[in-house]
Structures are given as structure tokens and as C-alpha cells.
Design a protein around this ligand. Structure first.
Ligand code: OKP
Ligand code: ZN
Length: 344
């Protein structure tokens, strides 16, 4: 299986996040991608650089003014005389208008961002585009039928980024851009299977009213965990998309037995949709040692997960999402891919 990476991720570094009342260094840090790269190279997987696709595929799923804001935010922050990471301190709450972006930088940040652990630094936008390019380069490999599967080493991750909102360490939705690109290049139905610990609220938002892109997610119950305000079982899609969103929330402490059972249900739903391809939002923050998560999967279990996903017998694009136990992230990703390839 080919691995696609982008060196641009390194520019997204040195940021701080607001977490549990403290300003702390980001959990989502460059070493995550470096550990994954080392592990896939050690496993003998071929690594290629992403091809540049530009903004057009991004604008198929994201709002143009939102993308322009992400592009300009660092410059606006400098012009306002600020130092350090671009972070919001105020948010458009439920009682306020959501249809009128303000002009001021702080107002704009709260308008377009939903969580204060997602800093913008000088290289963030280019890194986010580089991550999209990884996903698109992988999508092109499987769309042409040249490869059965590919792994996009995306950093920053993407599944919390919605049509016009960023947050949760995510800026542009790599998996959603890739799924839409597959739709635009000959695939009639595309499934997105999200196995990250956190609900992929952004991907759900983007495809909620669509019958041609199915979204199936297993994640920590949003009553208990981030992103808190989306991901309940009764969210099943709307309009033409009714029935094409599937949420399977799980309790804290979920072990492989409980996880595998629910993954089986998720895979049954994907099979019933009869997609032409599946995009897997692969977060390995379900790992027992993850510092911000509360499931208990061990490295060997990722190989079983990969084998179960292979059982779909579909063109498959793996897109990296979360995973914050940096010293184990590479082993967990490689275990998943090797399980898929039948090498373990
Ligand atoms: C991004 B991805 C824990 C705070 C968690 C944000 C988590 C974003 C996860 N105290 N904050 O889905 O892995
Ligand atoms: Zn996550």
C-alpha cells in the first residue's frame, strides 16, 4: 500500500491550545507525522509526496469566505499587532446571529471557529492544504483503479472541520474533500467510515443532506466527550440524506470486544449502502495509552480492525485523523495497514 505525505505539515507547529483552563503546547504536534513516517518506512511501505491540487476541490465542500478567512487569518493577526498563536476568545452562541460575519479579527475568529484548541500559526494554512493534497493524491490512486488502497498521512487532521467552521485541531476536511473528489471522478456512491475516538462532526455536517455520500461513525458518546454537540444516535441525516448518516456512540472505557461488535454493525451499514469506495477517517486515539481519550484498544487490535475493513472488499482510502500517544502512533497505524494487507 502506498503512503502519501506532505512536508508542508512541519509549518504547522509551535502553537498553543487552550485546554482545561490552561494554555498548553498542542497535543496535535509535528512529531505525530514524523513517528508515522518512520514506522511506515520501517515497514517497507513506499512513500510518495502529495501532488498539488489547488483550491477547487476544497471549495466543493467548504465555503469560499471561510477558506479565504483561514488563508488570511495569520496576516490579519499580525496587522492587529498580536503575537503568538491565532486563537479565538469569543464565540457566536445560540442566541446570536450566525449569518453575518463581523469585520474585526476577534469577531471573525469566534464566527468561524468552534473550539479554542485549534491555533493558527504562519504555516497552518499551507499545511492544511498539504494535508488535503495527501488525501486527494491517495484518492486519485484508488479512483483510477491503479491501487486497491492507499494511506494519506494527513496532518493537520480534518474530520471536525465543517462547511464553514474549524476546530478540534482541524481546518480543512481532508476526508470530505477526498470523498467529494471521488464522487466527481466517476464514483456514484462513496462511504466515509470514521473510526477516530471523536465524532467527525465536520464530515457529518458536510454530507448530512446527501444520499450519495454515506457517513458512518463510531466514537465516544458526545454526552461525555468532545465535540459534545453532535454525534448522537438519533442524528440519521436530513432531507434526501435521511438514513445516510449512522452514529454509533460508545461509553468511556470501551474495550476491543465492545468496539469490534459495534464496528461489525458499522461495516454492515456500509455494505448495505453498496458504495463504490470507502474513505476511512483513521484516528488511532482509541488506543489505551492515548492522553486525551478513554478507550482501551491495544496495538494488535488495530491489525484486526484493518482486516475487518478489508472485508468490505472495496477500494479504500485511509485518511489520518487523530492519535496523540506519539510514541505508539506509528505502530498503531502500521498495524492497521498491515492487518488490511493480510500481513499480520
Ligand atoms: C481531534 B481528533 C481534552 C480536550 C480535547 C479536542 C480534541 C480534538 C480531537 N481535554 N480537545 O478527532 O483526534
Ligand atoms: Zn480524535
Amino acid at each position: 500500500m502506498k503512503v502519501i505525505q506532505s512536508p508542508l505539515h512541519i509549518g504547522h507547529s509551535g502553537g498553543v491550545e487552550f485546554n482545561e483552563g490552561q494554555i498548553v503546547p498542542c497535543h496535535e504536534r509535528p512529531s505525530r507525522a514524523e513517528f508515522i513516517l518512520k514506522a511506515v518506512e520501517d515497514a517497507g511501505l513506499p512513500v510518495l509526496d502529495a501532488e498539488p491540487y489547488g483550491l477547487d476541490p476544497v471549495l466543493r465542500v467548504h465555503d469560499e469566505a471561510f477558506v479565504a478567512f483561514l488563508r488570511d487569518a495569520w496576516r490579519l493577526w499580525q496587522e492587529a499587532g498580536r503575537t503568538g498563536s491565532v486563537l479565538p476568545f469569543t464565540f457566536a452562541g445560540r442566541s446570536m446571529r450566525r449569518d453575518r460575519p463581523p469585520r474585526d479579527i476577534d469577531g471573525l475568529l469566534g464566527y468561524y471557529c468552534f473550539a479554542a484548541e485549534t491555533p493558527i500559526v504562519e504555516g497552518t494554512f499551507d499545511a492544511a492544504l498539504g494535508a488535503v493534497d495527501c488525501a486527494l493524491t491517495g484518492a486519485a490512486l484508488i479512483a483510477g483503479g491503479r491501487e486497491r488502497a492507499a494511506y494519506a498521512l494527513c496532518r493537520p487532521p480534518g474530520h471536525h472541520a465543517a462547511h464553514s467552521v474549524y476546530g478540534g485541531y482541524c481546518y480543512l476536511n481532508n476526508a470530505a474533500v477526498a470523498a467529494q473528489w471521488l464522487r466527481d471522478h466517476g464514483m456514484e456512491r462513496v462511504a466515509v467510515l470514521d473510526v477516530d475516538y471523536h465524532h467527525g462532526n465536520g464530515t457529518q455536517d458536510i454530507f448530512y443532506e446527501r444520499a450519495d455520500v454515506q457517513f458512518v461513525s463510531l466514537h465516544a458518546d458526545p454526552l461525555l466527550d468532545f465535540p459534545y454537540y453532535l454525534g448522537h444516535a438519533d442524528e440519521t441525516g436530513a432531507g434526501a440524506g435521511e438514513g445516510f448518516t449512522v452514529n454509533l456512540p460508545l461509553p468511556w472505557g470501551t474495550d476491543w470486544e465492545g468496539y469490534a461488535h459495534t464496528l461489525g454493525l458499522a461495516l454492515d451499514r456500509v455494505r448495505a449502502f453498496q458504495p463504490d469506495a470507502v474513505v476511512v477517517s483513521l484516528g488511532v486515539d482509541t488506543y489505551v495509552g492515548d492522553p486525551i481519550s478513554r478507550f482501551t484498544l491495544t496495538t494488535d487490535r488495530y491489525a484486526e480492525m484493518g482486516a475487518m475493513i478489508e472485508g468490505l472488499d472495496l477500494p479504500t482510502l485511509f485518511v489520518q485523523e487523530g492519535g496523540y500517544a506519539v510514541e505508539a502512533i506509528g505502530d498503531n497505524v502500521v498495524a492497521t495497514l498491515e492487518g488490511f494487507m493480510g500481513r499480520r
